[in-house]
Structure formats: C-alpha cells, structure tokens
Design a protein around this ligand. Structure first.
Ligand SMILES: [Zn+2]
Length: 301
C-alpha cells in the first residue's frame, strides 16, 4: 500500500510517496505558482503530479492551508492569497478522476495528526499543537482525534485577542495573538531595529545573542508567546503542548517559553509539558497520509 501525500502552502507545495509503515519514500517540493496561468493553479499542480505517478498509489492525502470542511473536503475559507483556490473541493475533483480515496484537512490539523502518531505527541490522546510562522496556527487534539468545531474552524489560536486596542491583524481585526507572537512579526521587528533583514536562524546565531537589542526582542517575543499559552493552559488544562514552526528548533527558545509559562500557572496547571514538534516539514504529509489510510480502510471501488 502506498499513499501520495501533498502539503500545500502559500509559497510551496511539498509532495511525496509514503509506504504502509508511513516511511516517506521520497519527497520533493515546487513553487505553488508553478501553474499560475491556469484556472486553479493548486488543483492543476496536484493533478499533474497525480497523473505522473498514477498506478503507484492507493490513496491521496492532502494537507492544505485554509479552513476545510472535513466531511465534504471543500475549502471554506482562509486561502485568499491563492487565486481561485477558495471553495475548491479536492476530493470531488480527484476521487472520480483517479478512482482512489482522497482525504483533505487543514495543514495544522495534519501536522498535529502526524505528531500524534509519529512524533512529539506519540501515544498521547489529548494535546494542543501550535505553529509559529507567517501567522500562528492551532489544533485541539482530544480523545485521539482533532476537535474541529461546529464549522470546522476551531483551534484558530492565532486570532485569540491578547491585546485590547492592539495591532491590526491580517484577519481585519485588532489585537490578535498572531499579530504579536508570529515568527514573521518577530523577525520583522528585529530586522527593523537592526537596520538589515534577518531571518530566525541568523537572529539566534551565538554572536547575535550578545547584542542587547536582539536579546530584548527575543525576550519580548517570548513574553507574547507565553501569554497565549498561559490562556490555553487555563482553558484546556493540557498535559502537553507541541510547538511547531522552524524557529522552534532553537533550544533556548523552548526552554525560555517553558519557564515563562510555568511562572504564570497555578499548581494544577504546572505539569504541562511544552515540547517542540519532531517531524519538521514532514508532519503535514504524514498526517495527510494517515487520514488517507483511514479513508482507504472503508473504500470500495
Ligand atoms: Zn486576527
């Protein structure tokens, strides 16, 4: 049994083949706008790969940006940056065309499912997952499954309000958690104060950690991250929170966040473990592959 898995983001689409033991046999990525001159560039890009590898897979798993109706697979919202992608139904497009089951879910949900089965949350039935990148994504994992909410839009921790009268957010409202805690906001602020563009990896280079401006920025950013996590601890009383996004591979960051969150919690909340995600850029593909394998179990051609 093999599954072809996709991970669709605003700038790149990753894809690969996964075997029955969920080993990634190979993976590649290409720019999201490769088929920009077509009616629906993401749909056409995936269609091209599905044709290229036809006969080599038994199911299709798709992790994608956006809010997904998990029952129908229609993209409900949240992909305004990809032309004509909103309201695309990838299952309706691909199941009849390729005659294999198709599973589709939101990218953070897929990443959490990947971590739940193969990564930092292996063996856990309940945890929260947050990803820090361009924005802040979230997933609520309860009783061994994603809690999706009444309109499949639950767990959008990035748009919790953490600042009254705060900064504008990309969602059109103000004071959202991600307007303060997203990695993009942090690197932009450091770059502005340092007078040169700096990415996350550069900021955490040992030489730069001697710079008081950078250390002040890191400290402020960690405070913002910890503020949102404190709120989530009081709502969910979780035993585990998994933090994803490339920047979270910085050990110093995780250690500081643990200390800052712990300092704000009462005793009945302090047992929470805060761990970094383990699967890196494979999490979305593995989660999507797992969903596809589940759909394959009940599939009759
Ligand atoms: Zn917002």
């Amino acid at each position: 049994m093999k599954i072809i898995a996709f991970d669709v983001g605003g700038t790149a689409i990753k894809f690969g083949l996964v075997d029955e033991n969920f080993n990634v046999l190979f993976s590649e990525e290409f720019p999201t706008n490769t088929y920009k001159d077509t009616d629906n560039m993401v749909l056409r890009a995936m269609e091209a790969k599905l044709k290229e590898y036809e006969g080599q897979y038994d199911a299709i798993g798709i992790s994608t940006a956006g809010q997904i109706n998990f029952e129908t697979s229609e993209i409900n919202d949240g992909v305004g940056n990809i032309p004509n992608y909103n309201h695309t139904n990838l299952r309706a497009a691909f199941e009849p065309q390729f005659n294999v089951p198709v599973a589709v879910d939101n990218d953070v949900n897929c990443a959490a499912i990947g971590e739940a089965h193969f990564g930092a949350a292996k063996g856990e039935s309940d945890f929260l997952c947050l990803t820090y990148g361009t924005g802040v994504g979230g997933c609520i994992y309860i009783n061994g499954d994603v809690y999706r909410g009444s309109k499949y839009a639950g767990g959008e921790f990035g748009h919790m309000a953490t600042h009254k009268d705060g900064r504008p957010c990309t969602c059109g409202r103000i004071g959202c958690y991600e307007a303060y805690a997203a990695c993009r906001v942090f690197t932009a602020s450091v770059s502005e104060r340092m007078g040169k563009p700096m990415n996350g990896r550069e900021i955490f280079e040992p030489e730069n950690l001697k710079n008081p401006i950078i250390m002040e920025e890191i400290n402020n950013w960690e405070d913002e991250i910890a503020l949102g996590l404190r709120n989530l601890c009081y709502i969910f009383n979780p035993s585990l929170i998994v933090l994803g996004g490339g920047i979270m591979s910085e050990d110093m960051l995780i250690k500081d966040i643990r200390e800052k969150v712990d300092a704000q919690l009462e005793d009945n909340y302090k047992h929470v473990r805060i761990e970094k995600a383990q699967l890196r850029n494979k999490a979305g593909m593995l989660g999507a592959a797992w969903l596809a394998a589940e759909r394959l179990k009940n599939w009759s051609k």
